[in-house]
Design a protein around this ligand. Structure first.
Ligand code: COA
Length: 275
């Protein structure tokens, strides 16, 4: 892995062989709690790999420094007083503060390449909401999830009240948000929030396996699947199906389609170039 040291709150490493990048939230003293700067740096790190043809998948995770506790992210940084230019007693300014945060969550969700949320430890509040804007979620069994905001008199406003209900339905989403309980990885897997759960000691190998698989896949197909699902599910079915038909047509021009089909007929493994 090559390492780049450009950011304060995140690190970025590129696994050239696996053709994926790892963006790690790097605030272990605060269990990777998120400030607006952290979110901004995640999107800047993503931007730096967007146009890199050698990187075809991103892993978003907490830094592997467990000196306090393992954590993906323990949510919004409760010690952060927010932006100096915003008046904490002005309700429009407070709405604007959330607008700023939403923009970053949206940018992460809209990223063109697949993002794997790799969760080992706490994923709470804004950290849990970060998982919801990724494409695939992989958690170690020891991970702990929840939306504890209500216990602090606030509420999950980084997209939580809007995105979670689309995953879980009303009763489970409200249970999570009304009581602020902690939940196991097993429960989150059963409820459909997680794509995979793995034994703690298999976590790193599993992340590498899945990220490499996506890193060597037909990138255009993944891009179109991602957009069809993310946008197609927000519009009526007949328009979504039109979207799918157009996506199929666009994808048919991809070099990887030709090799994928030839490889099957020639009984060999395809070598997708992501083109
Ligand atoms: N913001 C700022 N700092 C945080 C934080 C957060 N969201 N979550 C944890 N930290 C800091 C703690 O203040 C502590 O710092 P310290 O060692 O300098 O005192 C350090 O991370 C370790 O946390 P600690 O609470 O001592 O660990 P724990 O194992 O007892 O509990 C949690 C872990 C995650 C259950 C607990 O830290 C917690 O509930 N955090 C807040 C989660 C939350 O409410 N998130 C939503 C915010 S809206």
């Amino acid at each position: 892995m090559s390492n780049e040291k450009k950011f304060e709150h995140v690190t970025i490493e590129r696994n050239e062989k696996g053709q994926y990048a790892v963006i790690s939230i790097n605030r272990p003293d605060k269990l990777n709690a998120l400030q607006i700067k952290t979110l901004k740096e995640i999107t800047e790190a993503l931007e730096s790999v967007e146009v890199d043809p050698n990187i075809r998948c991103v892993v978003l995770r907490g830094i592997k420094d467990y000196s306090k506790k393992p954590a993906f992210s323990a949510g919004a940084d409760l010690s952060d007083r927010g932006s100096a230019d915003l008046d904490s007693e002005n309700l429009r300014h407070q709405s604007h503060a959330m607008y700023r945060r939403h923009k970053y969550y949206d940018l992460i969700e809209e990223f063109h390449k697949p993002i794997i949320a790799a969760i080992d430890g706490y994923a709470l509040g804004g950290g849990f909401e970060l998982v919801l804007v990724c494409d695939i979620s992989i958690a170690s069994k020891r991970s702990i999830f929840g939306l504890p905001e209500v216990q602090r008199g606030i509420f999950p406003a980084n997209g939580g009240t809007q995105r979670l209900i689309r995953n879980l339905g009303k009763m489970r989403a409200k249970r999570m948000m009304f009581f602020g309980e902690h939940f196991s990885a097993e429960t989150m897997f059963e409820w459909g929030v997680l794509s995979f759960i793995v034994e703690d000691d298999e976590f790193e190998d599993f992340i590498h396996e899945k990220a490499s698989w996506l890193g060597k896949s037909a990138t255009n197909s993944l891009f179109l699947i991602k957009k069809s699902i993310d946008y197609g599910t927000q519009i009526p079915l007949n328009i979504g199906l039109q979207f799918e038909q157009m996506g199929y047509a666009i994808n048919s021009q991809s070099k990887d389609v030709a090799d994928g089909i030839s490889a099957f007929l020639e009984k060999r493994r395809p070598e997708f170039e992501g083109k």
